[in-house]
Ligand binder design. Structure first.
Ligand code: SF4
Ligand code: SF4
Length: 477
């Protein structure tokens, strides 16, 4: 991408932005970021999205649907419930397909729309900006107050505010860890574990405590470093983005040459660019970068700088959008076309991919049946003028309740007799049974006759299985 920040060094006498990390000082230590609380239209939208996502996260494992949790990721018992649909190990192919589709989706989506996911839906950003950062604003105040508190000696006020913040942070981390545990073991089971006390489940309690500690550490101390250093998705931006990818971008053509606006000076009377070098876009950035230096690895596309700059533009009576969603190509050529042939093709491919996955999920039946003739068995005479064959049926019940199963010969008149008890397909299990098909000799014209067996539950046909019925070779003549 075009280097838009080459003016930074000469203008401010600071090290060139590409030679340094904003979160590391000259001595190699951590430079703490105190982002200003953002305000603006996009921030309001992001709040709405965050409330929806957090609401879903906190409620979903505790909501029951058909007697089961609405969401469950029980890795130990290999049982998954997604939006009320139960998935068992037999659905592994669907899981693999979905993961492949998700990876392709993320790649194509990123090529087209950059890190939109990071700014709007990534759990790290949502928890950091809309949970932990909000607690911090509440206890310590906005950016300037936080900086002041940080610098002041450990007096009563600082000790109280910092202690309170960290206690609330850990409480929140502990709560979130418990919600994640509910996704693993189910909301009801979590209720039982909590009511029986930590000593009754000391191993589980210890695990939750350790995870809560890790969570607390991530949001209290590690913060933006998760996005900058740890997140593999962030690291991939260099190969995923190109000049046509839509990202949060500074319009350097409109903004440069930047110049500060003197008090009472009218922007319209200056011959400089629209950027008044107020640094408001930098002040709100949670990763501490200056978007005017161009697309950077640290940018999580949170849009806080767009809101901040739009407010400045309103104040100096210039059009909004000096910092906006746009591509490098869009900014350099002035083209307003967001979709080009490539992004249209990628979007169409994504649509087809998602349609295939959705169809596979929709046509996935509750019961999978396999019918095989008992190996080595042939026909038997069954009373005068009848022949019988013995089969084994194997049923995989993927529904969340036991299902009574009955069989019926639908291609011929004849009888099906279970050997043993009637058949019930147990939920989440593989059930096997042997049965006998009896057909009158008069209805058979060959030694190997294709037959169809209907599989029913509560008088509803759930599958039809095709197999062969053996009879004496004399019937072939
Ligand atoms: S907020 Fe806008 S005007 Fe102010 S420094 Fe950033 S880009 Fe320039
Ligand atoms: S540069 Fe802008 S969009 Fe990127 S992280 Fe900073 S504030 Fe968010």
């Amino acid at each position: 991408m075009e280097d838009q920040g080459s003016t930074s060094e000469s203008r401010h006498g600071k090290p060139y932005f590409k030679d340094m990390l904003q979160t590391i000082d000259e001595s190699g230590g951590r430079r703490w970021i105190f982002p200003k609380r953002p305000k603006g239209r996009l921030y309001t939208f992001r709040w709405l999205v965050a409330i929806l996502l957090l609401g879903f996260l906190f409620i979903a494992p505790f909501v029951s649907y058909n007697g089961e949790p609405f969401m469950l990721m029980n890795v130990l018992e290999r049982k998954f419930i997604i939006f009320g649909q139960v998935f068992w190990p037999q659905d592994f192919h669907l899981l693999v397909l979905s993961i492949i589709a998700l990876i392709i989706f993320i790649i194509l989506f990123t090529v087209n729309f950059g890190r939109v996911f990071c700014g709007w839906a990534c759990p790290q950003t949502i928890f950091m900006e809309f949970v932990f950062r909000q607690i911090e604003y509440l206890i310590e105040g906005d950016s300037n107050k936080q900086k002041k508190l940080d610098k002041q000696p450990w007096d009563l006020e600082k000790t109280f505010k910092k202690s309170l913040k960290h206690v609330v942070f850990f409480g929140m981390a502990f709560l979130i860890t418990n919600v994640f545990l509910a996704y693993l073991i189910g909301g009801n089971r979590l209720g039982e574990v909590i009511s029986s006390g930590p000593l009754a489940n000391s191993g589980l309690f210890l695990a939750v405590f350790v995870f809560a500690l890790a969570f607390y550490g991530a949001y209290a101390f590690f913060r933006e470093q998760v996005c900058i250093i740890v997140c593999p998705y962030g690291r991939l931006q260099g190969v995923l983005l190109d000049e046509k990818s839509v990202v949060v971008a500074y319009d350097y053509k409109r903004g440069e040459p930047r110049a500060t606006l003197k008090p009472n000076q009218n922007k319209l009377e200056t011959d400089k660019g629209d950027c008044i070098d107020c640094h408001n876009c930098v002040a709100v950035c949670p990763t501490g970068i200056d978007i005017r230096n161009g697309t950077q690895l640290e940018c999580i596309n949170c849009t806080a700088c767009i809101d901040a700059c739009n407010q400045v533009m309103d104040r100096i009576k210039q059009p909004r959008g000096l910092v906006r969603y746009d591509s490098e190509k869009g900014i350099s050529t002035g083209s307003k076309k967001f979709l080009n042939a490539r992004s249209t093709a990628y979007s169409a491919f994504l649509f087809v991919l998602l349609s295939i996955i959705s169809t596979l999920f929709i046509i996935r039946g509750d019961v999978e049946a396999t019918v095989l003739r008992i190996p080595g068995s042939i026909y038997q005479e069954y009373g005068p003028g009848n022949y019988s064959n013995i089969y084994k049926i194997q049923l995989v019940n993927k529904a969340n309740a036991d299902m009574p199963i009955s069989l019926s010969l639908i291609s011929h008149e004849g009888e099906i007799k279970f050997i043993g008890n009637e058949l019930t397909a147990q939920k989440g299990k593989v059930t096997e049974a042997n049965f006998m098909v009896v057909i009158s000799q008069e209805l058979l014209t060959a030694s190997n006759t294709p037959i169809q067996i209907g599989i029913f539950s509560d008088n509803k046909q759930i599958d039809v299985y095709k197999t062969n019925f053996l009879a004496p070779e004399s019937l072939d003549k």
